[in-house]
Design a protein around this ligand. Structure first.
Ligand SMILES: [Zn+2]
Length: 287
């Protein structure tokens, strides 16, 4: 499933191409009612609007649509198999297209989705689409102190808190596992039990992992492609995610897989010991 780095890659790809363009028409494919919410009015409300900006909150893309009075946002959530492709109208057809938004320069945004689990819909404000979301982990305001506030007192496994979009926005299964490995934190540790040093380490790890993935244009384990239909390369650089049974790049131990909150979780039992303490980690690698 696309997470923050994948959705942000698509946003950055689309920005120079679609901002300032006016929507001339919208086609919704037969059988795509579940994907395009409110499709009887969807096309009519979009036509004639100018794309003013593209925002991202967590895993949501939000197109700000100017003109025709009240502000309007097109919200897109890709879920498992959705992708948003930027094409010229004469380009060869893409598979599983559910909706096409035509723009005034002959380009178009094609929404493709094999399993039809993603959604596009219109809202008056970003919050109406996203609901309550936690802070953006790559924003300057997301400090170690902020993370400490999010984790403190929570008796859930730290992995589950990282996946909770109301706690922190945009992290999914891939980057939760990678961040915990980079921070040398066992995924089952209770969030509230992390020491100051561990929280600082995890904070740095979250930002580094997300920035690295963004630099590699996201991870394409299965279906994710960018706005040009190309795969990212970060799946080649993950340290633990889906590496069960393979040697840890740091210590050589076998990467283990467990379930945490129903989600497959990959970690190194040696680098991420259950009973890690400040003293032990300070001795091993002072930070
Ligand atoms: Zn290891």
């Amino acid at each position: 499933m696309p997470e923050l780095p994948e959705v942000e890659t698509i946003r950055r790809d689309l920005l120079p191409h679609v901002v300032g363009r006016t929507i001339t028409g919208v086609r919704v494919a037969p059988g795509a009612e579940r994907v395009v919410r409110g499709d009887d009015t969807f096309a009519r409300r979009l036509a004639g609007r100018r794309i003013g900006d593209i925002l991202r909150r967590g895993k949501y893309l939000l197109f700000r649509l100017d003109g025709k009075g009240e502000p309007l946002f097109l919200a897109v959530h890709l879920r498992m198999t959705g992708s948003l492709l930027f094409r010229r109208s004469g380009d060869p057809p893409d598979a599983y297209i559910r909706a096409v938004i035509a723009l005034d320069d002959g380009s178009e945004l094609r929404y493709a989705d094999l399993r039809k689990l993603g959604q596009m819909w219109l809202v008056d404000s970003p919050e109406e689409a996203t609901g309550r979301l936690g802070p953006e982990p790559l924003d300057a305001a997301f400090t170690a102190a902020k993370l400490r506030g999010i984790l403190s007192g929570r008796r859930a496994p730290v992995k589950s808190v990282l996946l909770d979009q109301r706690a922190i926005a945009g992290i999914g299964n891939i980057y939760a596992d990678e961040a915990l490995f980079a921070g040398r934190i066992h995924p089952l540790r209770l969030a509230g039990s992390l020491s100051e040093a561990e929280v600082r380490r995890l904070h740095r790890a979250i930002r580094r992992v997300l920035n690295d993935a963004l630099g590699n244009r996201g991870s394409s384990f299965r279906d994710y492609v960018d706005a040009a239909g190309r795969e990212g390369t970060h799946q080649l650089r993950v340290k633990v995610f889906r590496r069960t049974g393979q040697p840890c790049y740091v210590c050589g131990a076998e990467i283990a897989r467990i379930k945490v909150g129903g989600r497959s979780t990959h970690f190194c039992p040696h680098c991420q010991p259950e009973g890690d303490t400040d003293v032990a980690t300070t001795k091993r690698r002072p930070d």
